[in-house]
Design a protein around this ligand. Sequence first.
Ligand SMILES: NC(=O)c1ccc[n+]([C@@H]2O[C@H](COP(=O)([O-])OP(=O)(O)OC[C@H]3O[C@@H](n4cnc5c(N)ncnc54)[C@H](OP(=O)(O)O)[C@@H]3O)[C@@H](O)[C@H]2O)c1
Length: 325
Amino acid sequence: MADSLRLGKSAIQCSPLGLGAMTWGEKAWSTAYGGTGGRADEEAAFKASLKGGVNLFDTAEMYGSGNSERRLGQLAQGSKAVIATKFMPRPPRTSGALPKALDASLKRLQTDSVDLYQIHFPVPWVSIPKLMHRLADAVEARKVRAVGVSNYSEVQMRQAHAVLESRGVPLATNQVQYSLLYRKPESDGVLDACKELGVTILAYMPLAMGALTGKYAIAKPTDRMRTRMTPTFNPAEVKSAALVTESLARIVKTHDATASQVALRWLIQQGVVPIPGAKDGEQAKQNAGALKVKLSVTELAEISALASDWKHIKWPRAPRLSDRD
Ligand SMILES: NC(=O)c1ccc[n+]([C@@H]2O[C@H](COP(=O)([O-])OP(=O)(O)OC[C@H]3O[C@@H](n4cnc5c(N)ncnc54)[C@H](OP(=O)(O)O)[C@@H]3O)[C@@H](O)[C@H]2O)c1
């Protein structure tokens, strides 16, 4: 695996592993399941990532109501970080809200142009073609270097790709939930369509919100917020997740690695770019270590077979294709 890859057919080169900064910035309910320990931990995570060869950082305007973008903007000044952020088409917004939202993101990120600008979710009240034209306009205005989508189904992604292609802009990425414990992209057509169209998958929740680190058990549950948010942390699921990480133990030992590193490496060697969240320097350093692990073809197949029957976590659902707006 090379040290860097191209995001789709765009000009953006970055590490084959990123870091998700959803929990960074001042604590707010929208940081989902608990913020970091504070600014020092975030700085340590940022520096440990760059030192470990990870230069892609993912954020969104909605994370911490803009606080994650602000923090990343401060940390990234003068660095070689590749920044990805997202537009949220929340009601009553239409595609017409994108230019102003992008300007606000750029201001928080302290930059004139962002490396990757993604649409956070497809929603039935916003037209995909109109959104894609807005993205292409942003590329032409040099405010965005590459564009992507997130949580788009195969059909939605093909539509987005076709509109952008008509404007001469490649659809670089589709950011979807994908981990050893959540294999939906393999069966819903997204993985195959990405290969066919030359779109890179950014895998979010690649550690199944921490379950794949092996640190949670029924006797040692996680915070209540995470338990409420996802079935991953229901007792039966935690038990199954623990069985998966236990099954990885031999491979983990062979490579003198950790369960997280093996789980991330399994994605990296498929050409998928995982963006694990990290709350401090230690987590970021350990995750970056996945860049050094090299799994054999036999090991990859063995790991794939381990958890192929997992069908849990129904959230988030992809809305229907829509032309309204
Ligand atoms: N596009 C979307 O709709 C969408 C949705 C969700 C997330 N995302 C993106 O994906 C990124 C990652 O998702 P995620 O943070 O929800 O899930 P994740 O990456 O699967 O899990 C991250 C959490 O696991 C724990 N962890 C990470 N590395 C660890 C290590 N080495 N050792 C021990 N614990 C470790 C940390 O939480 P604790 O320390 O609290 O256990 C961390 O916050 C987000 O930051 C965001 O950028 C996108």
